[in-house]
Design a protein around this ligand. Structure first.
Ligand code: ZN
Length: 411
């Protein structure tokens, strides 16, 4: 049965650095043959691949650095070998450097595990029938434990994933008693980048979004969405309504009833003040209990800004690695985010459960988009995201990347 290929992580040349002593050469070579031919894992075999004329230690260091995992074939003779012990130490160091175990000890005969490897799960080849090659393949595919898949580490690039590059803000102003809104780029929060072509693409995307926002119905009918304006309108309407009702009554009093000036003044003040107080009380009550809720829903249900931003995100996140995201206070942040490594990771995980590659890719895309959609306000406010002990996919401020958030749900 064909097994899925494991692509090499970024910056690695080999899947496996095979560490063994000369006495175990026969076992090692046959294992390498199976791993390379059946599992398509590129192995570093020091007999074949070490560069002649280069000191052994340098060869070992380069080899370990260029390999995804280090397999130790442990035997009594292995423990006696000076070079093999050196390889253990360098392997442990490499694991520490990438904060993820990269060593796979294989116990060839009944002997005590070297002290440095004691705490690491090992393949016990002393049990008859153990398929060593398949266990090594599994360890490469799923990492140290069965529940985790070894992610590829993306080394630092000049731009982090999640780094804000442009910020668009809404500016509100009043003119002739009407509120207006305009969307503008906040140039103080602009992050200039050295890659000119990318910079131009971001600028044109930013301009595009600005143009669409500033010609939207939301901008045109902004008073309908403005809480302050609607409250003012209601207040004027309530007072106006009282005055409207009061006028005929006052006219009636003046024309029909013969009343003195002082009586008139008292009637007026009572007729105005009492309803005004009552109306204000009703207004305050309503505005606290219902108005704010109603207006809030109206504003939140305004999907127009969201749909403009979302459309631009869907069109650009794969090609330009840019996520335009809308925050709750009408701020739009354009984040740098290369979602591809996360997608590759999700595809790996899904491959364990499903067969059809096309639907797996689609599922991965859907999962990423759904995550972004649901967590857009958290992503905008990047600092609210959870931290992680290491930076898997080059995320800003070492926050968890998208695949790390999705991991528990898809495993
Ligand atoms: Zn990721």
């Amino acid at each position: 049965m064909a097994v899925p290929n494991i692509p090499l992580p970024y910056g690695k040349k080999y899947h496996i650095f095979m560490s063994f002593c000369s006495e175990d050469q026969e076992i090692a070579l046959s294992l390498i043959e199976i791993l390379e031919n059946h599992y398509q894992l590129k192995c570093l075999n020091h007999i074949r691949d070490f560069v002649p004329g280069v000191p052994s230690v340098e060869n070992i260091l380069n080899g370990i650095e260029n390999s995804m995992k280090i397999v130790y074939l442990i035997s009594k003779k292995f423990k006696d070998s000076y070079l093999c012990s050196t390889e253990i130490l360098y392997g442990i160091k490499a694991s520490h450097d990438q904060c993820e175990n990269s060593t796979i000890p294989v116990l060839l005969e009944k002997t005590k595990m070297p002290r440095e490897l004691e705490t690491i799960n090992y393949v016990n080849a002393t049990i008859t029938g153990t398929d060593i090659a398949s266990k090594i393949y599994d360890a490469c595919l799923f990492g140290a434990s069965d529940s985790s898949i070894l992610p590829n580490f993306i080394p630092f690039q000049d731009l982090y994933n999640g780094q804000p590059l442009r910020v668009i803000e809404s500016r509100k102003h009043w003119e002739l008693g009407l509120p207006y809104i305009t969307f503008v780029e906040n140039t103080k929060e602009r992050h200039n980048i050295s890659n000119h072509s990318k910079s131009r693409k971001i600028d044109s995307l930013c301009d595009n979004i600005l143009q669409e926002l500033n010609s939207s119905d939301y901008k045109k009918w902004y008073p309908l969405y403005d809480c302050g304006f609607l409250c003012l309108l209601w207040f004027l309407f309530t007072c106006g309504f009282i005055a409207f009702c009061l006028c005929p009554f006052l006219l009636y009093l003046i024309i029909e009833a013969e009343i003195s000036q002082s009586q008139m003044a008292a009637a007026c003040s009572t007729a105005v003040i009492i309803p005004f107080v009552i109306a204000s009380m009703i207004f305050c009550f309503c505005s606290c209990r219902y108005t704010t809720v109603w207006i809030d829903t109206l504003v939140k249900e305004n999907n127009e800004i969201f749909s403009i931003v979302w459309k631009n995100l869907k069109e650009n996140y794969i090609e330009h690695n840019i996520l335009p995201l809308l925050s709750t206070n009408e701020k739009i942040v354009l984040l740098n985010y290369d979602t591809d490594p996360c997608k590759q990771f999700i595809i790996y995980v899904l491959k364990r459960k499903f067969d059809d590659m096309e639907s797996i890719k689609k599922m991965a895309d859907d999962l990423i988009l759904e995550f972004i959609r649901e967590n857009r306000t958290k992503l905008v406010d990047w600092t609210l995201l959870e931290d992680f002990k290491y930076n898997r996919h080059n995320t800003y401020l070492q926050k968890k990347c998208i695949c790390q958030h999705l991991e528990p749900h898809i495993m």
